[in-house]
Design a protein around this ligand. Structure first.
Ligand SMILES: [Cu+2]
Length: 291
């Protein structure tokens, strides 16, 4: 019995390989560029989050394990959706009161599981996360106009992760390249191709980091980004195009990108627990080119 299953399995594999080869040949014959690596055909649980000015719309319950999170910004200002698990013993009231004192005060109360980072109006970001069961809150940690944190305007929503877990395992996610978050630095490719790709993002440091993606406007550099962050005025020298939100030490997210050619910057804007300075100003950025 098991022998015949193995035979069927290997026949299926051969057919699959043939199909892949044939499709590759078809591309070459027409002189087209090879197709980008297809995104995984996993039966992942889906979570759609709509951000508005200033609220989140999403289900009250999310299944544990791998979840494909799609954020769409239906507001007029930039929004992110950080999925944060409350640490044991922390209450929602305590969390919201503490976050009002600032990020440095609030971060120790949560285990940040990542999620889609900040995108401008009418844009989206898709990120696969791997959620343990627990009590959660989705947070928008951006500071909006007049220096008021969006959280204080209502950018949070409580939810629970429970129920049957996803059967998919992280190893089945097809990855095109990797980004590693370290102590005030990133390791990621200096060049990326245009088009769809999946990037595995892992925090290998002992503190929380994020990977915010910025597309630099023509002629702008990391210095312009830094000056803007210190004293925002006028139009930013960049466009916020997503990335992965804050990740606790040791955790991994998978971000799906579909980039056009240009100059980009991966940055971490989170504040340092000791000095309160942004990780960007401590050197946590990495420029890269998409071509
Ligand atoms: Cu950081």
């Amino acid at each position: 019995m098991s022998g015949s299953i193995a035979a069927w399995a290997s026949r299926g594999l051969i057919l699959f390989i043939l199909a892949v080869l044939l499709s590759a040949c078809a591309d070459d014959a027409q002189g087209n560029k090879p197709a980008p690596t297809p995104t995984p055909k996993l039966s992942l649980n889906q979570l759609n989050i709509t951000a508005r000015d200033f609220s989140f719309e999403m289900p009250d319950t999310v299944p544990p394990g791998l979840v494909d999170v799609k954020l769409y910004n239906n507001g007029a200002v930039p929004h992110q959706a950080l999925l944060a698990r409350l640490k044991d013993g922390v209450t929602y009231d305590q969390l919201l009161v503490t976050f009002k004192k600032g990020l440095v005060a609030g971060l120790p109360l949560i285990e940040p599981e990542g999620g889609p980072n900040t995108v401008i109006a009418r844009q989206g970001q898709e990120v696969i996360v791997n959620l343990p069961q627990g009590r959660y809150i989705v947070l928008g940690l951006e500071t909006g106009q007049q220096g008021i944190p969006n959280l204080q305007r209502g950018m949070f929503k409580i939810f629970t992760v429970k129920g049957p877990a996803s059967v998919d395992q992280p190893g089945s996610i097809q990855v095109n390249s990797q980004a590693v978050l370290k102590e005030f630095s990133f390791t990621l490719p200096q060049r990326l191709p245009t088009g769809e790709q999946m990037i595995k993002v892992t925090n290998e440091d002992k503190q929380v980091h994020e990977l915010a993606l910025l597309k630099l406007l023509p002629g702008k550099t990391v210095r312009d980004v830094e000056s803007y962050q210190m004293a925002p005025s006028g139009e930013p020298p960049f466009e916020q195009i997503g990335g992965t939100a804050a990740l606790a030490p040791g955790l991994t997210n998978w971000m799906k990108l579909d980039l056009e050619a240009g100059d980009y910057l991966a940055v971490c804007m989170l504040p340092d627990a000791q000095s309160g300075k942004s990780h960007l100003s401590l050197g946590m950025y990495a420029p890269f080119v998409v071509e």
